[in-house]
Design a protein around this ligand. Structure first.
Ligand code: ZN
Length: 266
């Protein structure tokens, strides 16, 4: 069984929920997608029972803090594991060229020289280009530029045990990408709030979506499962209950709005 383990589900300002990041678990292989903003990624990995020494492949979708900064906490923690001989092998980090340049510069600036020297030896930053395919733990991932106006944002598509998964990052899907979404088993798309809360949530309508926006844009494409994440933290409402209710009333597939640490079967 392939599982998507949500470590975080929120937008940039974390609160009750951590920033959006998740792990794809397939036959004891763990592929980490984005890392959130802080060392809470280490806690949430622990709560999900995923030991850091099992993670050897990471994808960073874009350069924004809420996706990238957790990586430096992971790198720092791995230096500790390496000193204790509890981490073997390399950490492959897949990302676009812009993110690659930032990672290679920042770890040297943010961490002690002794830590950076260790990191030099275990990281392998792999720059991916638009539509480039990489085989990771036996699975073909095709990374693609989502054509965001805002930032150089990459997503991916993968076929895992005959199921197709498409991850679209944390921005409203540019219609350029719609062709990839037909007959997909599982699409992962951002959502910010419900339509009725759009005004007061300060949503930038060109970048982020309401539940209704996503569902209306993606219905009719024979998508079986739609996972919505990256919502605004709001302690007053039960996002899972309310977003799923609205989403499932309108969509022709299944809508899932996970909480942190929720596990979704692909
Ligand atoms: Zn984000």
């Amino acid at each position: 069984m392939t599982k998507i383990i949500m470590l975080g589900t929120a937008a940039a300002i974390a609160g009750k929920s951590y920033n959006t990041c998740f792990v794809i678990e397939n036959e004891n292989n763990y592929f980490l997608v984005d890392t959130g903003c802080s060392n809470r990624v280490l806690d949430n990995l622990k709560y999900a029972n995923i030991e850091l020494n099992k993670i050897h492949n990471v994808f960073i979708s874009h350069k924004h803090m809420d996706h990238l900064l957790g990586l430096f906490w992971i790198l720092r923690q791995i230096t500790i594991l390496i000193r204790k001989k509890e981490y073997n092998g390399k950490l492959n980090i897949y990302c676009n060229e812009e993110v690659s340049n930032i990672i290679m510069t920042l770890y040297k600036m943010l961490l002690r020289k002794s830590q950076a020297d260790i990191i030099d030896n275990f990281i392998n930053v792999i720059t991916v280009k638009d539509n480039e395919t990489k085989v990771i733990d036996g699975i073909k991932y095709t990374f693609f530029d989502t054509n965001s106006n805002e930032v150089n944002l990459y997503g991916f598509e993968a076929i895992i045990k005959n199921k197709k998964l498409v991850f679209l990052g944390d921005e409203k899907c540019n219609p350029i990408n719609y062709g990839r979404l037909y007959n997909v088993d599982c699409v992962m798309h951002e959502v910010f709030c419900l339509e009725k809360d759009k005004k007061q949530s300060g949503i930038s309508a060109s970048i982020h979506s309401s539940v209704e926006d996503v569902v209306n844009n993606l219905k009719g494409k024979q998508i079986k499962k739609l996972i919505l994440y990256h919502s605004k933290n709001n302690d007053k409402i039960d996002k899972k209950f309310e977003f799923e209710k609205v989403g499932n009333e309108l969509f022709d597939g299944k809508v899932i709005v996970p909480n942190d640490l929720e596990i979704i079967e692909l």
